[in-house]
Design a protein around this ligand. Structure first.
Ligand code: RP5
Length: 161
């Protein structure tokens, strides 16, 4: 049984954000690996990860980085495995730098770019689940149940806090 999802991030400091993706995958019973792979600090590791990703059986890569966030795009250039990009929120520019670095890819090498920060990371987990659910009816049911539970948790009326 191969691990279908790779979660990669540019730094240990990205993990609190990227853990939101991991939490969703845990909730949905999807196996994943989490690795620190930096486009700038460990370029050889990035190259090796991208070169072997499809052969190792990865089906989706979730890549998060902040600032000059080149990791998702560089990974997309190295593998045909779909890459979901998560712009990590930065202190200097609030993650707009990360977003712009990830979203504006040239034609030919797409990155499915999520929202900035924790919500984007959680949605990356859900997007990965949706992709895998195409060929996995049991997962599709778990994802439908998850969505139903979220919907049911939203009250009809607001209340005073
Ligand atoms: C990026 O620089 C990382 O993805 C991280 O978001 C940011 C800061 O990294 P650290 O200086 O905290 O290691 O490469």
């Amino acid at each position: 049984m191969t691990t279908p999802v790779g979660i990669i991030m540019g730094s240990q400091s990205d993990w609190p954000t990227m853990k939101e993706a991991a939490n969703i995958l845990d909730e949905l019973g999807i196996a994943y690996e989490a690795r620190i792979v930096s486009a700038h600090r460990t370029p050889d590791r990035l190259w090796e990860y991208g070169k072997t990703a499809a052969g190792r059986g990865l089906k989706v890569i979730i890549a998060g980085a902040g600032g000059a966030a080149h990791l998702p795009g560089m990974m997309a250039s190295k593998t045909r495995v779909p890459v979901i990009g998560v712009p990590v929120q930065t202190r200097a520019l609030s993650g707009v730098d990360s977003l712009y670095s990830i979203v504006q890819m040239p034609k030919g090498y797409p990155v499915a770019t999520m929202a900035i920060g924790a919500a984007g990371a959680a949605n990356a987990g859900l997007m990965a689940a949706g992709i895998l659910a195409i060929a996995d009816p049991a997962l599709a049911q778990r994802l439908d149940d998850w969505r139903e539970a979220l919907s049911a948790s939203i009250p009809q009326e607001p209340r005073d806090e």
